[in-house]
Design a protein around this ligand. Structure first.
Ligand code: SAM
Length: 224
Protein backbone atom coordinates (compact mmCIF):
# COMPACT_ATOMS: atom_id res chain seq x y z
CA UNK A 1 0.00 0.00 0.00
CA UNK A 2 1.31 3.48 -0.84
CA UNK A 3 -0.05 7.02 -0.68
CA UNK A 4 -1.75 6.74 -4.07
CA UNK A 5 -3.62 3.58 -2.96
CA UNK A 6 -4.85 5.47 0.10
CA UNK A 7 -5.93 8.49 -1.94
CA UNK A 8 -7.68 6.38 -4.58
CA UNK A 9 -9.51 4.24 -2.00
CA UNK A 10 -10.80 7.33 -0.18
CA UNK A 11 -11.88 8.94 -3.44
CA UNK A 12 -13.57 5.83 -4.76
CA UNK A 13 -15.33 4.61 -1.65
CA UNK A 14 -15.75 7.72 0.48
CA UNK A 15 -16.42 10.06 -2.44
CA UNK A 16 -13.80 12.54 -1.26
CA UNK A 17 -12.78 14.58 -4.30
CA UNK A 18 -11.38 18.08 -3.72
CA UNK A 19 -7.63 17.51 -3.51
CA UNK A 20 -4.61 19.55 -2.36
CA UNK A 21 -1.03 18.33 -2.67
CA UNK A 22 1.75 20.23 -0.90
CA UNK A 23 5.13 19.20 -2.27
CA UNK A 24 4.47 17.82 -5.74
CA UNK A 25 7.95 17.41 -7.31
CA UNK A 26 7.48 15.73 -10.72
CA UNK A 27 3.77 15.06 -10.17
CA UNK A 28 4.27 11.29 -9.85
CA UNK A 29 1.21 11.17 -7.54
CA UNK A 30 -0.54 14.43 -8.40
CA UNK A 31 -1.13 13.74 -12.10
CA UNK A 32 -2.60 10.29 -11.36
CA UNK A 33 -5.28 11.56 -8.97
CA UNK A 34 -8.70 11.55 -10.61
CA UNK A 35 -10.47 14.68 -9.44
CA UNK A 36 -11.71 17.78 -11.23
CA UNK A 37 -10.56 20.00 -8.33
CA UNK A 38 -6.82 19.62 -7.74
CA UNK A 39 -4.38 22.14 -6.30
CA UNK A 40 -0.61 21.66 -6.68
CA UNK A 41 1.74 23.64 -4.42
CA UNK A 42 5.54 23.49 -4.69
CA UNK A 43 8.20 26.23 -4.91
CA UNK A 44 9.99 24.24 -7.64
CA UNK A 45 7.87 21.98 -9.83
CA UNK A 46 9.96 19.38 -11.66
CA UNK A 47 7.86 19.58 -14.83
CA UNK A 48 7.19 22.12 -17.54
CA UNK A 49 4.04 23.32 -19.33
CA UNK A 50 4.39 20.66 -22.01
CA UNK A 51 4.21 17.86 -19.41
CA UNK A 52 1.10 19.51 -17.92
CA UNK A 53 -0.58 19.40 -21.32
CA UNK A 54 0.52 15.79 -21.90
CA UNK A 55 -0.88 14.76 -18.52
CA UNK A 56 -4.19 16.49 -19.30
CA UNK A 57 -4.49 14.38 -22.46
CA UNK A 58 -3.71 11.16 -20.56
CA UNK A 59 -5.98 11.97 -17.60
CA UNK A 60 -8.67 14.60 -18.43
CA UNK A 61 -9.00 15.25 -14.69
CA UNK A 62 -5.79 17.25 -15.13
CA UNK A 63 -7.46 19.82 -17.40
CA UNK A 64 -8.65 21.96 -14.50
CA UNK A 65 -5.55 21.64 -12.30
CA UNK A 66 -4.43 24.77 -10.50
CA UNK A 67 -0.68 25.22 -9.99
CA UNK A 68 0.97 27.40 -7.35
CA UNK A 69 4.73 27.53 -7.76
CA UNK A 70 5.53 28.85 -4.29
CA UNK A 71 6.00 27.61 -0.75
CA UNK A 72 2.97 26.31 1.10
CA UNK A 73 3.26 29.22 3.55
CA UNK A 74 3.01 31.68 0.64
CA UNK A 75 0.11 29.72 -0.86
CA UNK A 76 -1.89 29.87 2.36
CA UNK A 77 -1.06 33.55 2.86
CA UNK A 78 -1.79 34.70 -0.70
CA UNK A 79 -4.13 32.28 -2.49
CA UNK A 80 -5.92 29.76 -0.31
CA UNK A 81 -8.84 31.91 0.78
CA UNK A 82 -9.72 32.90 -2.77
CA UNK A 83 -9.14 29.50 -4.36
CA UNK A 84 -10.72 27.29 -1.72
CA UNK A 85 -13.46 29.66 -0.51
CA UNK A 86 -16.40 27.85 -2.10
CA UNK A 87 -14.86 24.38 -2.44
CA UNK A 88 -13.85 22.87 0.91
CA UNK A 89 -10.90 20.52 0.70
CA UNK A 90 -11.67 16.85 1.27
CA UNK A 91 -8.26 15.26 0.78
CA UNK A 92 -4.75 16.62 1.21
CA UNK A 93 -1.35 15.03 0.78
CA UNK A 94 1.21 16.98 2.81
CA UNK A 95 4.63 16.14 1.44
CA UNK A 96 6.54 19.45 1.24
CA UNK A 97 9.29 20.56 3.64
CA UNK A 98 9.72 17.57 6.00
CA UNK A 99 10.48 19.50 9.18
CA UNK A 100 8.41 19.63 12.37
CA UNK A 101 7.27 23.26 12.27
CA UNK A 102 6.78 23.35 8.50
CA UNK A 103 4.68 20.18 8.43
CA UNK A 104 2.72 21.37 11.46
CA UNK A 105 1.87 24.68 9.77
CA UNK A 106 0.83 22.76 6.66
CA UNK A 107 -1.52 20.58 8.71
CA UNK A 108 -2.98 23.52 10.66
CA UNK A 109 -3.44 25.66 7.56
CA UNK A 110 -5.01 22.77 5.67
CA UNK A 111 -7.41 22.06 8.55
CA UNK A 112 -8.70 25.60 8.16
CA UNK A 113 -10.09 24.62 4.74
CA UNK A 114 -10.87 20.93 5.32
CA UNK A 115 -14.44 19.59 5.34
CA UNK A 116 -15.64 17.74 8.46
CA UNK A 117 -15.24 14.37 6.77
CA UNK A 118 -11.92 15.38 5.15
CA UNK A 119 -8.69 13.42 5.48
CA UNK A 120 -5.09 14.65 5.62
CA UNK A 121 -2.33 12.26 4.58
CA UNK A 122 1.05 13.20 6.00
CA UNK A 123 3.96 11.56 4.22
CA UNK A 124 7.37 10.59 5.73
CA UNK A 125 6.26 10.10 9.34
CA UNK A 126 8.38 7.01 10.06
CA UNK A 127 12.14 7.46 9.47
CA UNK A 128 14.00 4.17 9.87
CA UNK A 129 17.54 5.54 10.32
CA UNK A 130 19.01 8.57 12.13
CA UNK A 131 20.38 9.80 8.78
CA UNK A 132 16.86 9.96 7.31
CA UNK A 133 15.62 12.05 10.24
CA UNK A 134 18.17 14.88 10.30
CA UNK A 135 17.25 18.52 9.54
CA UNK A 136 17.36 19.44 5.85
CA UNK A 137 20.69 21.34 6.14
CA UNK A 138 22.38 18.24 7.59
CA UNK A 139 20.97 15.75 5.09
CA UNK A 140 23.73 14.16 3.04
CA UNK A 141 22.22 11.48 0.77
CA UNK A 142 19.65 8.68 0.56
CA UNK A 143 16.14 8.77 1.96
CA UNK A 144 15.16 11.97 3.79
CA UNK A 145 12.07 11.95 6.01
CA UNK A 146 13.14 14.76 8.33
CA UNK A 147 11.33 15.06 11.66
CA UNK A 148 7.74 14.99 10.48
CA UNK A 149 7.40 12.36 13.25
CA UNK A 150 7.49 15.30 15.71
CA UNK A 151 4.46 16.78 13.95
CA UNK A 152 2.60 13.53 14.68
CA UNK A 153 3.71 13.65 18.34
CA UNK A 154 2.58 17.30 18.50
CA UNK A 155 -0.88 16.63 17.04
CA UNK A 156 -1.35 13.61 19.31
CA UNK A 157 -0.38 15.73 22.32
CA UNK A 158 -2.10 19.02 21.57
CA UNK A 159 -5.22 18.32 19.49
CA UNK A 160 -8.06 16.53 21.29
CA UNK A 161 -10.22 17.23 18.22
CA UNK A 162 -8.13 15.08 15.86
CA UNK A 163 -7.55 11.36 15.58
CA UNK A 164 -4.05 10.68 14.26
CA UNK A 165 -2.36 7.40 13.40
CA UNK A 166 0.44 6.34 11.08
CA UNK A 167 0.24 3.45 8.64
CA UNK A 168 3.39 1.37 8.65
CA UNK A 169 3.99 1.61 4.92
CA UNK A 170 5.45 4.01 2.31
CA UNK A 171 7.80 5.81 4.77
CA UNK A 172 4.96 6.17 7.28
CA UNK A 173 1.62 7.58 6.13
CA UNK A 174 0.09 9.78 8.82
CA UNK A 175 -3.71 9.87 8.70
CA UNK A 176 -5.43 12.85 10.30
CA UNK A 177 -9.22 13.00 10.70
CA UNK A 178 -11.58 15.17 12.72
CA UNK A 179 -12.56 12.56 15.26
CA UNK A 180 -12.07 11.93 18.97
CA UNK A 181 -8.53 10.57 19.42
CA UNK A 182 -8.16 6.90 20.14
CA UNK A 183 -5.52 7.95 22.70
CA UNK A 184 -3.34 11.00 23.36
CA UNK A 185 0.26 11.80 24.29
CA UNK A 186 1.33 14.37 26.86
CA UNK A 187 4.16 16.48 25.43
CA UNK A 188 4.47 20.26 25.27
CA UNK A 189 5.82 21.82 22.06
CA UNK A 190 9.11 22.72 23.77
CA UNK A 191 9.54 19.13 25.00
CA UNK A 192 8.85 17.85 21.50
CA UNK A 193 11.46 20.20 20.03
CA UNK A 194 14.09 18.62 22.31
CA UNK A 195 13.25 14.98 21.53
CA UNK A 196 15.97 13.06 19.68
CA UNK A 197 15.88 10.31 17.07
CA UNK A 198 17.02 7.85 19.78
CA UNK A 199 13.99 8.79 21.90
CA UNK A 200 11.81 8.26 18.87
CA UNK A 201 13.35 4.89 17.95
CA UNK A 202 12.61 3.59 21.46
CA UNK A 203 8.98 4.74 21.39
CA UNK A 204 8.15 4.55 17.67
CA UNK A 205 5.03 2.38 17.81
CA UNK A 206 3.45 4.21 20.73
CA UNK A 207 4.26 7.78 19.66
CA UNK A 208 3.20 7.31 16.05
CA UNK A 209 0.15 5.22 16.97
CA UNK A 210 1.62 2.94 14.32
CA UNK A 211 -0.86 0.67 12.55
CA UNK A 212 -0.60 -2.05 9.95
CA UNK A 213 -1.76 -1.06 6.45
CA UNK A 214 -4.89 -3.22 6.89
CA UNK A 215 -6.06 -0.91 9.69
CA UNK A 216 -6.73 1.75 7.05
CA UNK A 217 -9.51 -0.33 5.47
CA UNK A 218 -11.09 -1.16 8.82
CA UNK A 219 -10.92 2.45 10.08
CA UNK A 220 -12.68 3.90 7.05
CA UNK A 221 -14.96 0.91 6.47
CA UNK A 222 -13.50 0.45 3.04
CA UNK A 223 -13.44 -2.82 1.09
CA UNK A 224 -10.00 -3.92 -0.06
C1 SAM B 1 9.29 14.41 -1.62
S1 SAM B 1 8.96 15.66 -2.78
C2 SAM B 1 7.24 15.46 -3.10
C3 SAM B 1 6.86 14.17 -3.75
C4 SAM B 1 5.44 14.03 -4.24
N1 SAM B 1 4.43 14.45 -3.26
C5 SAM B 1 5.14 12.58 -4.60
O1 SAM B 1 4.42 11.91 -3.85
O2 SAM B 1 5.65 12.13 -5.64
C6 SAM B 1 9.03 17.11 -1.81
C7 SAM B 1 8.72 18.39 -2.55
O3 SAM B 1 8.46 19.40 -1.57
C8 SAM B 1 8.82 20.63 -2.13
N2 SAM B 1 8.96 21.63 -1.07
C9 SAM B 1 10.06 21.97 -0.36
N3 SAM B 1 9.78 22.97 0.49
C10 SAM B 1 8.46 23.26 0.33
C11 SAM B 1 7.59 24.21 0.91
N4 SAM B 1 8.01 25.06 1.87
N5 SAM B 1 6.30 24.24 0.49
C12 SAM B 1 5.86 23.38 -0.45
N6 SAM B 1 6.64 22.45 -1.04
C13 SAM B 1 7.94 22.40 -0.66
C14 SAM B 1 10.11 20.33 -2.89
O4 SAM B 1 10.33 21.30 -3.90
C15 SAM B 1 9.83 18.93 -3.43
O5 SAM B 1 9.41 18.99 -4.77
Amino acid sequence: MNRLDVIEALMRQKKLKNYLEIGVANGHIFFRVKSSFKLAVDPAFSFDRLRRVGKAILNPANLANQYFEKTSDAFFAEDAERVIATTPLQLALIDGMHEYQFALRDVENTLHYLSDDGVIILHDCNPLTPGAAVPYEEWVEGQWNGDVWKTVVHLRSQRPDLNVFVLDTDQGLGIVTRKKPESMLDFTPSQIARLTYEDFAQNRTHWLNLKSPDYFYAYFGIEK
